[in-house]
Design a protein around this ligand. Structure first.
Ligand code: TMP
Ligand code: ASP
Length: 236
């Protein structure tokens, strides 16, 4: 599989076309941004870790019945995935209070919910990804009701799977963000990535943060947290 032209460069990844119109190659960068790109930096080794962790988890999710964009890992940083049009919704699942949830509702971080919550943000940088409900998403034709139902079902399936997988590595899954896409034939698949950039991981015993919050909040040892998650999940 050969890269032809660069189609897109995002904050954390580049996307290239290939000789197959239904496949693209994603290339993960070490660049890190936060707060709508106003905070910028580099997390050395992040691209390789996120690529490999996301591929490992997506392959397992496929086996568990969640369709994904994953096709084939090419090397440390690059993966062939199905070409999709992204549904412009960030799908956020939370098991504990943290981040914008804690801020919005004026509560501390770390409250354990009786059941996971699902929320959507409208993926739109100019509007700063505002929170949106399902009715509004359908009214704006961002997704159909059938797609919203399938997205919620898959998101909760991903949560069940990830929670279990991480618990076995001594990690509490606090929350995470997913994105879904539609392939040329209209089928819905899990896309983007599942990594310390897009999830909150807390050490189950100590509560130590092992994710991008170390970068967002200037907590130090950012690279160390990504390496620790790679060691625990991938054994390397
Ligand atoms: P939040 O608490 O800031 O809303 O974040 C919820 C989850 O979504 C958290 O695991 C981090 C992830 N996330 C992203 O992947 N991209 C983003 O742009 C933001 C703001 C959060
Ligand atoms: N997507 C965010 C940004 O760069 C990064 C984050 O907080 O995860 O704006």
């Amino acid at each position: 599989m050969k890269k032809t032209v660069q189609l897109y460069e995002g904050k954390a990844k580049k996307v290239f076309s290939t000789d197959d119109p239904n496949l693209v190659i994603v290339s993960y960068k070490d660049d890190a941004t936060a707060f709508d790109g106003t905070k910028r930096g580099t997390i050395t080794g992040k691209g390789a870790i996120n690529n490999q962790m996301s591929n490992f988890l997506m392959q397992k999710l496929e086996q568990a019945g969640v369709p994904t964009h994953y096709v084939q890992e090419l090397n440390e940083r690059e993966t062939v995935v199905k070409k999709v049009s992204i549904v412009p919704l960030e799908v956020i699942v939370r098991n504990l209070s943290a981040g914008s949830f804690a801020k919005r509702y004026g509560v501390e971080e770390g409250i354990i919910f009786d059941a996971p919550t699902v929320e959507f943000s409208y993926k739109n940088d100019d509007l700063h990804d505002p929170l949106i409900n399902d009715h509004h998403a359908v009214a704006l034709k961002l997704a159909t009701w059938d797609e919203i139902d399938a997205i919620q079902k898959y998101a909760l399936q991903v949560n069940d799977f990830l929670k279990r997988e991480l618990l076995a590595c001594g990690v509490t899954l606090v929350d995470f963000k997913l994105e879904f896409g539609k392939t040329a034939d209209g089928s819905l698949v899990l896309a983007d990535e599942i990594s310390p950039d897009t999830c909150r991981f807390w050490d189950s015993k100590t509560g130590e943060k092992l994710d991008k919050d170390r970068f967002r909040r200037d907590l130090g040892n950012v690279e160390g947290a990504y390496q620790e998650m790679s060691r625990r999940l991938l054994g390397k």
